[in-house]
Design a binder for this molecule. Structure first.
Ligand code: G4P
Length: 528
């Protein structure tokens, strides 16, 4: 097999999604530990803490209980290369999360055993469903009392509308937690608080019939477990790889991330069954990961990751070919060749330079404002990846500057921060206002904070009469001219210079749409 096929075939690129507090950070840390990416449990948390300490911005992040600083972590496991893309935790960041999910091949959903399916889990599930992303589920915190496992599976099936295939099943819970049974291999993994670090550390029996199991958990519990398993097997579905890959069935695991229990069966199963890099749709054709020519798209931009250096990093998912340090690539939107020197990878320990990156991998490109979310880079072919949208914001505010002399900095700050995609920046045709649109209200606080912290601009945001935004497409040159003239007071340009209708109310939008049937009023600006 060619190196291209071997390397792309062994990538497993995924994201963990969960409602805040379900245990995403803890599980990430344990997965990295098994992957040998970190020496000691606690590193992710302590790194998180160290970063918090270095920047006031991080202080805000912590205060609000949100994780804005997403990253990408790579580790080898069982002959595979696992790429774990972190997703922002707060509900306001759904758009960001959506875009991260365009860059993964599968997802892992963490559910708190006591809380079950929570509001954000539902939203994230909807997003995964839009793209038929295969999902595995981890029911966490088994070391605490929670809901009945069968009841939880029922809830996942009915609320999330996805079939459950339990792969492991808990033996007891909370104080009575004794282990899990692997329903596919038949193995019994015993829980030993303080251990269960690795497979070697755990006591594993080949089956429930092994006399060791009864000796450890007792006859009564064993008999109860057998009854329960009979019930489970009757009421649930066996694992079906085709259904999982189609996004219709989720394999379910039980465990306790904090005590490192049940994580290794999950990881073993994940690397065996999770999908390798898939093909990606573009404006002209489907790009296959086995193709030798390089291509990839930018799904996320992060400004000022290092406040000292004011750097902006564009995260690019490789879709075909491979990246090599110093190579040139064609930046399709600008039509220019760009030298992709010194790309970054985000290893668990620190940012490091990479030699090569293959489909499924993510590289970080230094960006000085020329790269936008959704941009495609290729080896020369003029194609653009599709499906990385910018949603119409639902909330709008006018930026008000305390010191009018800082207008330039304000414009620059708003433009740069909106490159990250969480907010959008509009300049009305008929006024000097600067209008910021966001999907969640918290964004305005975040932007005000960052403008002060990173750009030295004191700005506030005040209400403005805008209900929603629509990108204007289609129509003849003449019609567009007429449309611009008649609607100038409600028109603006977005950061990329595209024409946007800022509707003062939903009714107004409807009337305008009826009056101008030649135009499409698009609710998303698909980056192309
Ligand atoms: P998140 O990223 O999804 O928001 O969750 P995170 O991992 O930060 O976990 C949220 C809280 O739940 C943390 O407690 C964490 O220790 C705890 N937790 C995670 N996994 C388990 C588990 O398997 N069992 C139990 N009992 N607790 C778990 P915290 O008090 O907020 O933080 P910390 O003081 O423990 O660091």
């Amino acid at each position: 097999m060619s190196e291209q096929r071997t390397e792309s075939g062994r990538r497993r690129t995924f994201a963990i999604v969960s409602h805040p507090d379900a245990g995403k950070t803890t599980l990430t840390e344990k997965l990295l530990l098994f992957g040998g990416a970190i020496q000691m449990a606690g590193s992710v948390k302590s790194r998180k803490a160290a970063r918090h300490a270095t920047s006031d911005w991080m202080a805000l992040e912590k205060e609000r209980g949100i994780s804005v600083t997403s990253s990408v972590m790579q580790f080898p496991y069982a002959g595979r290369i696992v790429n774990l893309l972190d997703t922002p935790g707060h509900a306001d960041f759904s758009e960001d999360t959506y875009r991260v999910l365009t860059a993964v091949d599968s997802a892992l959903m963490v559910i708190d055993v006591a809380k079950g399916v929570e509001e954000r889990t539902i939203k994230l599930m909807e997003v995964c469903r839009l793209r038929d992303t295969p999902i595995m589920s981890f029911i966490n915190k088994l070391d605490r009392e929670g809901r009945e496992p069968i009841e939880l599976l029922d809830e996942v099936e009915s609320v999330l509308g996805i079939q459950c295939a339990p792969v492991t099943w808990p033996i007891g819970m909370g104080q009575r937690l004794k282990g899990v049974v692997h329903l596919v291999t038949g193995e019994v993994h015993l829980y030993e608080p303080g251990r269960n670090f690795t497979r070697q550390d755990s006591t594993i029996f080949p089956s429930l019939d092994d006399p060791g199991v009864e000796a450890r958990i007792g006859a009564a519990m064993l008999s109860e477990l057998r009854d329960e398993l009979e019930l489970v097997q009757g009421a649930s579905h066996p694992f079906d790889k085709g259904e999982y890959l189609a996004g219709r069935q989720t394999p379910v695991f039980f465990g306790s991330a904090v005590s490192n229990f049940g994580v290794q069966p999950l990881l073993d199963f994940f690397v065996e069954h999770a999908p390798p890099p898939k093909s990606h749709a573009t404006t002209s054709r489907e790009v296959q990961p086995g193709e030798e020519a390089f291509s990839g798209f930018v799904f996320k931009i992060q400004a000022n990751m290092d406040p000292q250096h004011r750097d902006r990093v564009a995260f690019l998912r490789v879709c075909s070919g491979h990246y090599e340090a110093g190579m040139k690539a064609f930046h399709v939107r600008t039509g220019k060749d760009a030298k992709l020197a010194n790309a970054l990878t985000f290893m668990a320990s620190d940012r490091e330079h990479v030699d090569k990156a293959w489909p499924g991998d993510v590289i970080g490109l230094h960006n000085h404002g020329t790269i936008s979310i959704g941009d495609t880079f290729t080896a020369g072919e003029s194609l653009a990846f599709t499906g990385i949208p910018n949603f119409a914001p639902e909330l709008f505010r006018r930026a008000r500057l305390r010191d009018p002399l800082k207008l330039k900095q304000l414009q620059k700050g708003l433009a740069q921060l909106s490159e990250e995609g969480a907010t959008q920046f509009f300049r009305p045709l008929m006024s000097n206002d600067l209008i910021l649109g966001a999907v969640g209200v918290l964004q305005f606080d975040v932007v005000a904070y960052r403008l002060r912290d990173e750009y030295g601009v004191d700005a506030s945001f005040e209400p403005v009469q805008v209900a929603t935004a629509r990108w204007i497409r289609g129509g003849t040159e003449k019609k567009r001219e007429e449309f611009r003239e008649k609607n100038a007071t409600n028109l603006a340009l977005d950061a990329a210079g595209e024409l946007v209708y800022l509707a003062p109310s939903r009714v107004n939008l409807q009337l305008t749409q009826e009056r101008w049937p030649d135009f499409e009023f698009a609710a998303t600006r698909e980056h192309a």
